[in-house]
Design a protein around this ligand. Structure first.
Ligand code: UDP
Ligand code: MN
Length: 216
């Protein structure tokens, strides 16, 4: 299956931190599929060489911007215009199949990756005609953000989460982490459920153990 790839996108060195944790989490759970990252010219050369040690393919693309400032202002996320850059995924035609994952996601369970891809197969086979019931199961795109939390579903599925998505303006790399106690530090205003905190801790665990040493 080397003609299949997981693809992510990082337009700057900050998002690269997320891409590296995602890449490492995929490495921890899969060996057979290629890992590819799309970057834009802003990404530093130091970061590029770190990316090359985790990903099989690092491809520079031009930034695409939706330039839709009106709608992005409504979302209060002006930085999201550049997410259009992920459309470059369609130019990776040397792969027969690509699974695009945001840089703020991570794979949290063994076996998840194989199941993820087969779920997508089912999903896309009748995508055009499928009803809402064919949407990706909740556990394959679990939002860990308090803003978007679906509390009952979170409580129900949290334990079985396969892909965690840290959706929203505050990303794991915006938190502080105590390397000694291995704890994510919460400021006074942040409230997080047990699951949310444990996903953050998982992200920081991978980051501190596998990524920080590469960045030093
Ligand atoms: N992204 C990026 N640089 C940016 C903003 C976004 O590279 O400045 C990429 C990155 O892969 C990110 C994806 O676009 O995961 C979608 O953006 P984000 O995850 O911030 O949106 P959310 O999931 O919070 O809606
Ligand atoms: Mn995201």
């Amino acid at each position: 299956v080397t003609d299949q790839a997981f693809v992510t996108l990082a337009t700057d060195d900050v998002y690269c931190q997320g891409a590296l944790v995602l890449g490492q989490s995929l490495r921890n759970h899969t060996t057979s599929r290629k890992l590819a990252v799309l970057i834009t010219p802003e990404v530093s050369s130091g970061m590029r060489s770190v990316l090359r040690s985790v990903f099989d393919e690092v491809t520079e693309v031009d930034a695409l911007d939706s330039a839709d400032s009106v709608h992005l202002a409504l979302l209060q996320r002006p930085e999201l215009g550049v997410t259009f850059t992920k459309l470059h995924c369609w130019t990776l035609t040397h792969y027969s199949k690509c699974v695009f994952m945001d840089a703020d996601t991570l794979v949290s369970r063994a076996g998840a990756v194989v199941m993820f891809v087969s779920v997508l197969d089912v999903f896309f086979s009748n995508w055009a005609t499928a009803d809402i019931g064919k949407h990706l199961p909740f556990i394959y795109n679990l939002s860990s953000s308090a803003v978007y939390t679906y509390v009952p579903a979170f409580n129900h599925f949290g334990r079985d989460t396969k892909v965690v998505h840290f959706l929203g303006a505050t990303k794991p790399w915006n938190y502080k982490y105590n390397l000694q106690t291995k704890r994510v530090m919460q400021d006074g205003t942040a409230s997080g459920s047990f699951h949310q905190l444990s996903f953050l801790a998982l992200w920081w665990n991978i980051y501190s153990a596998s990524i920080l040493p590469l960045l030093e």
